[in-house]
Design a protein around this ligand. Structure first.
Ligand code: C2E
Ligand code: MG
Ligand code: MG
Length: 584
């Protein structure tokens, strides 16, 4: 065998001392190298022959013995692409230049990844008469690399694609759908498990993990083979519907998902029912940028959650715009409340007999730095929805009490008139309104008669018992209670005698319709009589013209509030009114 290398090669090993030298049997060394070595010849008919194959290469080629050497290379290596290697070798015979290349070889079930170097051996005339082929087995490294690659793109728990791979596939799908014209859409579904935290806490984290794995396979069954399911984070999955013609197809997937959730999961013998909230964004009604699609679907999913969970929401760009500007407004309103960026305006409530100011209604004003004046009709409902109303209401009460204190100090307690402060139903639900009022009175050391609380009957209806209790405490402080916007609700008369109230404020919409002897006129007259019998004061709101004032006067009403007398004015102007400095 060593002869095939040309000669029995000997080498001199030089020691530092130069004294000792030994003969090394290089063929034995080659035989035990952890690298495959083949020596190849080329027959006259251009057939590549194996002349020598070391132990390592024999293992790779799965050759038990080498008795048949020399033999054609393609008789040892029978893979269909063996001609590529043979071609490379022939090229080295022809050119005399070294070559490196990587190749794969399948033997049985094993696929090997190999790296080879082809080194030409020259005869004394400079012709290539043999080629040495080294074979390095890189299978382990390649598999590790593949594994790593798999982990980089897949979720370890469920084995599904992760966010990175999802994003890549989405990008591809979006570019295909836009390339193919508008009739084809692609959709992103974000699926969030509604009560996953509860499952984790009740059954432990490893049960939670098993639940997620089974959730992944449930979701897989709801989609087509061409769609992608990914796990984005803890309890959140995403589906890419790469192509659809009609939004109905996407809606079908959503219903399949919700239907599948009807089946209980078996967690260690416990039946667990769950639901998911799904947000959908499509290239048809959203942006076509992958990140935007994910964001929009996520946004829709949160809407599905806040609409009561266990449902799907499809993103529509205009509702998104609205919600987004709502969100900005919310942040700014919160800031305005914290940094005292709001103001109280005061609208006089006038005694119809004496024409004197009997009290003021405090109305909150927000002057936004870019948008200018923002109407309370816009920001009060927002404050109620977001809970900001609690702090806003506390601020308003404090500011009104502070104003009363300032008037008492400047014009004296006699001339000082009460301020009506609007209190929302949400404040009653989330805050202790009676304590809030008490704190304001104590902080500025003012009598309860200088503050009045206005609340609407709609807010009473939300929680009559709690509000009634709270109102009783408020009245004990000497603070009167006004029922605001009377006539806009539907069970008004009931509240007139049931609730601890002192004043009824008839809504502007009612006053607007007044004509001599028409239906509202008659109803109002009745309300006037009823209120009188119950001992309530009545204030008519929204009076804009003299004619209506005359009607009210003729019916015996005592108090009115409206633009006819004055719009809500700044504190400084209200103070002038109180001091009697400006007539009005
Ligand atoms: P409201 O309590 O019924 O207040 C009366 C509203 O009618 C005020 O609107 C006032 O400016 C308006 N108004 C008064 N007279 C006339 C008139 O002759 N014609 C017309 N067209 N309008 C008149 P504003 O200030 O826009 O407030 C709207 C609502 O916002 C208030 O209705 C009240 O429910 C709420 N609000 C305002 N400030 C606060 C607050 O500090 N807290 C709470 N909870 N709600 C507030
Ligand atoms: Mg009011
Ligand atoms: Mg009102």
């Amino acid at each position: 065998m060593a002869d095939t290398l040309g000669s029995k090669v000997s080498a001199i090993s030089h020691h530092e001392s130069g004294a000792a030298s030994k003969i090394v049997n290089t063929s034995a060394v080659t035989e035990c190298l952890p690298v495959g070595v083949l020596v190849l010849g080329n027959t006259a008919s251009n057939v590549v022959e194996a002349l020598f194959i070391n132990g390592f290469a024999r293992d790779i080629f799965d050759l038990k013995s080498q008795a048949q050497l020399p033999c054609p290379l393609d008789s040892i290596w029978t893979a269909s692409d063996s001609h590529i290697l043979v071609g490379q070798i022939l090229e080295v015979f022809r050119s005399g230049a070294k070559a490196n290349f990587e190749w794969n070889m399948r033997s049985g079930a094993i696929e090997r990844f190999l790296a080879s170097q082809l080194i030409p051996l020259m005869d004394h005339e400079g012709n290539v008469h043999q080629v040495v082929c080294t074979v390095e087995d890189q299978t382990a490294e390649k598999l590790a690399e593949r594994n790593l690659l798999h982990h980089a793109f897949h979720d370890a728990l469920t084995g599904q694609p992760n966010r990175v791979l999802f994003r890549n596939k989405l990008e591809q799908a979006v570019s295909e759908s836009t390339r193919d014209g508008v009739s084809m859409g692609c959709a992103v579904l974000i699926i969030n498990i509604d009560r996953f935290q509860q499952i984790n806490e009740s059954f432990g984290h490893s049960a939670g993990d098993r639940f997620l794995i089974s959730m992944a396979s449930t979701l897989r069954r709801c989609i087509r083979g061409s769609d992608t399911l990914a796990r984005l984070s803890g309890d959140e999955f995403a589906i890419l519907v790469s192509r659809f013609n009609d939004l109905e197809e996407v809606e079908m997937i959503c219903s399949r998902i919700h239907d599948a959730m009807q089946q209980p999961y078996d967690l260690d013998g416990n039946e667990v029912f769950t639901s998911v909230s799904v947000g959908v964004a499509t290239t048809i009604d959203s942006n076509t940028h992958p990140e935007d699609l994910i964001r929009d679907a996520d946004f829709a999913m949160h809407r599905a959650k806040s609409a009561g969970k266990a449902r799907s929401e499809i993103f529509h760009s205009e509702s998104h715009q609205r919600a987004r500007s709502q969100f900005h407004l919310e942040t700014e309103l919160r800031r305005a409340v914290e940094r005292k960026g709001l103001m109280l305006y005061y609208q006089p409530i006038v005694d119809l007999k004496t024409q004197k100011i009997r009290s003021f209604e405090a109305l909150t004003r927000w002057i936004h730095k870019d948008r200018g004046f923002v109407s309370p009709v816009e920001f009060i409902p927002l404050a109620e929805e977001t809970g900001i109303i609690v702090n806003l209401g506390r601020w308003a009460m404090d500011a009104a009490c502070e104003q009363v204190r300032a008037w008492i100090d400047t014009v004296g307690p006699e001339k000082t008139v009460p301020i009506n402060v609007n209190v929302s139903g949400i404040q009653f639900a989330r805050d202790d309104v009676a304590s809030m009022v008490q704190e304001g009175l104590e902080k500025y050391n003012i009598d309860g008669r200088y503050i009045r609380v206005e609340l609407t009957e709609t807010s009473i209806m939300a929680n009559p018992t709690r509000i009634s209790e709270s109102l009783q405490k408020i009245r004990k402080l000497g603070v009167k209670v006004a029922l605001d916007d009377f006539g806009t609700g539907y069970s008004s008369l009931n509240y007139l005698h049931q609730f601890p109230i002192d004043i009824i404020k008839i809504d502007r919409s009612f006053i607007n319709q007044l004509e001599y002897d028409n239906q509202p006129y008659k109803i109002l007259k009745m309300i006037g009589i009823l209120a009188q019998n119950l001992g309530h004061d009545v204030v008519a709101e929204g009076l804009e013209d003299l004619e209506h004032i005359e009607m009210l006067r003729s019916m015996g009403f005592e108090y009115a509030q409206g633009y006819y007398y004055s719009k809500p004015v700044e504190a400084s102007k209200a103070s002038e009114y109180v001091a009697g400095n400006i007539p009005w």
